[in-house]
Design a binder for this molecule. Sequence first.
Ligand SMILES: Cc1cc2nc3c(=O)[nH]c(=O)nc-3n(C[C@H](O)[C@H](O)[C@H](O)COP(=O)(O)OP(=O)(O)OC[C@H]3O[C@@H](n4cnc5c(N)ncnc54)[C@H](O)[C@@H]3O)c2cc1C
Length: 445
Amino acid sequence: MSGIRSDGSWRNWAGNQRSRPVRIARPVSESDVMDVVREAATDGLGVRVVGAGHSFTAIARTDDVLVTLDDMTGIVAVDEASGRVRVRAGTRLCDLNPQLDAMGLAMSNLGDIAYQSVAGAISTSTHGTGLGFRSIAADVVGLRLVTAAGAVVVLDDDHDPDLRDVARVGLGALGVVTEVTLQCVPAFNLHAVEEILPIDDVLAGFDAFAEGTDHTEFFWMPHTGNALLKRNTRTTEVPTPARNARHAMKRRWNRFKNKELLENVAFGALNHLGRLRPSFIPRLNGRVLAGAGRAEYLTTSYDVFASPRRVRFYEMEYAVPRRDGLEAFRRVQALIDTLDRPISFPIEFRILGGDDIPLSTASGRDSCFIAVHVFRGTPYEDYFRGVEAIMDDYDGRPHWGKLHFQTADTLAGRYPGWDRFHSARERLDPRRRFTNDYLDRVLGP
Ligand SMILES: Cc1cc2nc3c(=O)[nH]c(=O)nc-3n(C[C@H](O)[C@H](O)[C@H](O)COP(=O)(O)OP(=O)(O)OC[C@H]3O[C@@H](n4cnc5c(N)ncnc54)[C@H](O)[C@@H]3O)c2cc1C
């Protein structure tokens, strides 16, 4: 689902961005994409591609020509020796992961959902967690792009690797990505340990947890003293077979209880109740964590990284230098106490290694990521603006696909590769065929 509706309108997953494009294009081949771009140019229209519509910002929004690559999906080629896999840009991560697994391969890291398209995920610098790991875009070794001139550019180690490096996080501003080559790794399992701990213990131990475990993150429930700490260790060990049918059923039930019942059904119900009766939220938040308990399991990497997310919400996420992460987090905790209403969604804290992509949120620095959320349809502006003011003190970089209030003026000094990106944009789209209001705001017109 890219959010395109049968009446010709579009809306994103969270429902806070909508449009009614002049036309919606559904190309089936790269040459179709070239035609779409050329026709838009002839008609003086802008072009935006939508992936799975999972960004909270208006980054994919357009009233001109909206392109979906839902018919340009699947694996094109695999190089078994190198682990490089060429995929069509519209492929959803949730479809790709099992196919890679069947070939003995995996993506090295993932965020906490896998509904995104490959091109959509890399375009906003989508990331998971893990100090020794990087964003999804950092594993991109090749791209095919249809430029504003309607021409195809091939970018890889042998063809303009500089431009390839820039275009990995392109915000959809450099052209239509039609194919992505991903550097994959041998398939692996994750040994997951999830436990509820006092938030002060989690904060005090976080550096050690992050340095001692491949993938560490925590979720603090506002108005409670507790957090859910998740630690995932990479392993080639395989799950021990279930002892009998009852044991197998019990395992399935435990996973279902945590990932579906608690994180979706019960959490959704509590949020509906909290919206009606905000004063109940602090007590409800305590219940959410109490229900989770400790879980330990071992299974395929993508199945641990990504979970279903059925409760709709609005989100802001900032990346700050690693050394400032915990301090920034404590300031967000203090901010929540000053709001005139309780917050029903957890604050998520992740960590990631730096990369060299100009507009990556972790460009040039190891980073901590702090994400704040509210239930869909509830007010967020004062909360998110307060968080943003804190992040400004640390040169915070907003996730391009999550809500924020920054502009090109406030952002330019925060990315070492800002000018490099703008040179690429000037070269590939000098007339701004691929812009929209959001990009005018955050990149400049
Ligand atoms: C429930 C939920 C959980 C999330 N979890 C995480 C997480 O754990 N980590 C994280 O970092 N983010 C997370 N996100 C944010 C999400 O990963 C990003 O917003 C991502 O960009 C969405 O991918 P998409 O395919 O939906 O792209 P869209 O939102 O549809 O588009 C995003 C951008 O990509 C561009 N684009 C898409 N396809 C192409 C193409 N073929 N060529 C050129 N440009 C293109 C669009 O124009 C737009 O600029 C989450 C979002 C939701 C709703």
